[in-house]
Design a protein around this ligand. Structure first.
Ligand code: ADE
Length: 264
């Protein structure tokens, strides 16, 4: 009798585990997901829609990791293919960004509380005007700023303040939370960086976050966008990016590993 009971419990646990949804972790570049892939147990690779998906366990959690590619279109496409094939319970994005806040320097973490597309608007003879809202498929309008999941934000902040981050130029990285501005532009201009900071109150800029946020919001998938600064989106951004993309990717990935530990 006892054997039957244990067998029953084992089968229940096994089938529940099979059904448990995965946590999706996405980056745009190889460097951004490299240490996560290295740390993953029993990794298996499958391809859907031209994207390689790596499934396995990280910190004891069922995960699927993918590289989205650069820019909003690649990010949106990858998110759609991911959702169609894996139906993830949560999506965490990890990667680098250009810091816009004067104190957000290479190596620092920026947790995206809100995501905004900075290049969604109209141009006329007087210049570019940002759209006052987002237009959803089906015609509905929503706020231009997309809020990340409150619980994931809380976990991210808690973890960010306790983990060890890679120092850059001997400086201990700082942690910021706030707006991240997304656009299909690698920003390498003092003037554009200042505009993004002033117009959107944005702490960092990158090329994927708001596209992913838009889809997650539409499909009601809890998400968080984690970034570490590789540069300051200023005139030196390209040189700094090449110099710091490695350590900044590691800092962002370390935070993601910490978040996985916090998720029940
Ligand atoms: N990702 C990292 N640095 C960036 C920058 N300066 N502009 C856009 N995306 C980035």
């Amino acid at each position: 009798m006892a054997v039957k009971k244990w067998l029953f419990l084992f089968l229940c646990f096994f089938s529940l585990n099979l059904q448990a949804q995965r946590i999706a972790i996405m980056g745009a570049l190889d460097q951004e997901i490299a240490i996560l892939l290295d740390s993953m147990k029993t990794s298996k690779k499958v391809n859907h829609g031209g994207i390689d998906f790596y499934t396995g366990k990280l910190k004891g959690k069922k995960v699927v990791i993918l590289k989205a590619g650069v820019g909003k279109v690649n990010a949106a496409y990858s998110t759609a293919i991911l959702v169609e094939n894996f139906d993830p319970e949560t999506l965490i994005f990890t990667g680098v960004a250009g810091g816009l806040h004067p104190e957000a320097l290479p190596g620092d973490i920026v947790i995206g509380e809100k995501l905004v597309q900075f290049d969604f608007g109209q141009v006329n003879s007087t210049g570019f005007t940002v759209s006052p809202f987002r237009k959803l498929t089906g015609g509905r309008h929503e706020d231009l700023y997309i809020q990340a999941d409150a619980d994931l934000l809380e976990k991210s902040t808690t973890v960010a303040n306790r983990i060890e981050l890679v120092p850059i130029s001997g400086r201990k990285p700082k942690v910021f939370s706030g707006v991240i501005a997304t656009g299909d532009i690698f920003v390498s201009s003092d003037e554009k960086a200042r505009w993004l900071y002033e117009e959107f109150d944005a702490l960092a800029t990158e090329m994927e976050g708001a596209a992913i946020a838009h889809i997650c919001r539409t499909l009601e998938i809890p998400f968080v966008i984690i970034r570490s600064c590789s540069d300051n989106a200023n005139n030196h951004a390209r040189v700094n990016f090449n110099q710091f993309v490695g350590p900044a990717s590691v800092n962002s990935a370390r935070l993601v590993l910490g978040i996985l530990e916090e998720i029940q």
